[in-house]
Design a protein around this ligand. Structure first.
Ligand code: GBH
Length: 463
């Protein structure tokens, strides 16, 4: 048995728009994802999150499933437009009541609630009235919304996550246009990223000044990153891999740990990269009590030119990914998930160790890791998901190795708790430990659910 440290947190994660449904019920206002998912052609087969997993009405059943799974924490996000239908102003008490019930029931079941304040679902009113994440004033809207969350829920919350994967909002929302609000631009991603970093800093500032001393929780941010392994041992390829990390992870992490964007980005992007004011810089520095990481895949990184998926990468961000000047490829021997993402467990170990060394040994939580596997539209196939069990076994083994090598990894949350609305893929990609029948909302635990349950209960991996 490979045991994990005492008090290691075992959890699973979801996001509001992906599971709640009840999109127009009980006072909820629309978000940019409601608008986006209803535009024909944006989402696979015209799926939307209108109903999703209907978690809004089935949260009791879902918490019972979490309880049986044996997790000791559960990460979910708050739908901003359920609390503030217009994004600001009047509070919708029914929305507050829903999260109060959810939080209380989790605690009653000894499951620690981990709250993500923002998982991509900006209130539509803020998009229409002020151009959403493009407006520098949005940072104050985030802080005002966060204040309401802290005031209403913070007495029972020990772990807050300000933002989930701002990289996706910037590059997929404003670069490639794959995500809401569907903008395609080569410059907007840098402005959006900048405003989101400021929003993060403002939210943390509110928490620390007004709540932390009495509520005694911690607050941080979650970023996503692949591992980028140098294609060869050459100086150039090693520099290329560092650049790829800077352009995905360092972009959002360096301002928090060092007060400015990575040097590689400043060198290559020049004046398109905004500058932080002294005040913003001061708020940003040290603004994460822990390092939240979502990890899904690994690529090979090389100094261009070479063959491979440069074109695919260039499409991400409407071309701006090209600016890092890295040629990303896949090793043909790597297996892939149903998303076409490479399964490379040691990539997570390398990334955890890199983060640990680079950012001064911070407490790290893997706040998402998981896979969609082929054929899972078929329930029989999905319930016997040996591929996913293998995936988790290997990735958790990699986490264990990272801990042995000194990374301060304190928790792991699988993505996701159940099949859900997988953004532009709708219901066609299934990441869950639980299979959801979207016709009648029945839930069926997969083999991976039972396997993961054992890991949680044993606090370790059976050999
Ligand atoms: C997460 O994002 C989300 O937080 C979650 O809501 C979502 O359901 C889950 O993942 C599954 O998709 O450049 O082609 O190698 C994932 C973010 C960012 C992961 C880009 C894969 C690299 C793809 N993704 N990343 S590629």
């Amino acid at each position: 048995m490979r045991k994990f440290p005492l008090n290691f947190l075992w959890g699973t994660a979801t996001a509001a728009y992906q599971i709640e449904g009840a999109a127009r019920l009980e006072g909820r206002g629309p978000s940019i994802w409601d608008a986006f998912s209803h535009i024909p052609g944006k989402i696979h087969d015209g799926h939307t999150g209108d109903v999703a997993c209907d978690h809004y009405h089935r949260y009791e059943e879902d918490i019972a499933l979490l309880k049986d799974m044996g997790v000791n924490c559960y990460r979910f996000s708050i739908s901003w437009s359920r609390i503030l239908p217009q994004g600001r102003g009047q509070v919708n008490e029914k929305g507050v009541a829903f999260y109060n019930k959810l939080i209380d029931l989790l605690i009653e079941n000894d499951i620690e609630p981990w709250v993500t304040i923002y998982h991509w679902d900006l209130p539509l009113a803020l998009q229409i009235e002020m151009d959403g994440l493009m407006n520098p004033a949005i940072a104050t809207c985030f802080a005002d919304f966060a204040r309401i969350c802290f005031a209403r829920f913070g007495d029972r919350i020990r772990h807050w996550i300000t933002l989930n994967e701002p990289w996706c909002c910037a590059l997929l929302g404003h670069g490639s246009g794959d995500f809401a609000p569907g903008r395609e631009s080569e410059t907007e991603p840098y402005l959006v990223a900048h405003n989101l970093l400021r929003a993060h800093a403002y939210m943390v500032d509110v928490y620390r000044r007004e709540f932390q001393s009495t509520q005694r929780g911690v607050i941080g941010i979650t970023n996503n990153s692949n591992w980028y392994r140098p294609l060869t041992d050459s100086e150039e390829d090693r520099a290329a891999s560092e650049r790829a990390l800077d352009f995905t992870l360092g972009w959002f992490v360096e301002p928090i740990y060092c007060g400015c964007y990575p040097q590689t980005m400043r060198d290559r992007i020049g004046s398109k990269l905004p500058e932080f004011t002294e005040d913003d810089r001061a708020l940003l520095r040290g603004s994460s009590d822990f390092f939240g990481l979502n990890h899904y895949s690994t690529n090979l990184a090389a100094e261009p030119p070479s063959s491979g998926i440069m074109e695919k990468k260039a499409r991400i961000g409407g071309g701006i990914m090209g600016e890092h000047g890295v040629d990303l490829t896949d090793d043909p021997s790597w297996k892939q998930t149903d998303m076409g993402w490479n399964i490379v467990p040691w990539g997570l170990r390398e990334l955890l160790c890199w983060i640990s060394t680079r950012y001064g040994h911070p407490p790290i939580y893997v706040t998402e890791n998981g896979c969609a596997m082929p054929g899972e539209g078929d329930r029989e196939v999905a319930l016997n998901d040996t591929g996913r069990v293998e995936f988790f076994k290997e990735y958790l083994g990699a986490c264990h190795e990272a801990i042995e090598r000194g990374a301060d990894l304190r928790g792991y949350m699988s993505w996701g708790m159940m099949d859900n609305f997988e953004w532009e893929y709708g219901e066609s990609k299934r990441f869950g430990l639980i299979w959801v029948d979207f016709e009648n909302q029945d839930r069926y635990p997969k083999a991976s659910y039972h396997w993961y349950s054992n890991v949680c209960k044993n606090n370790g991996l059976e050999d």
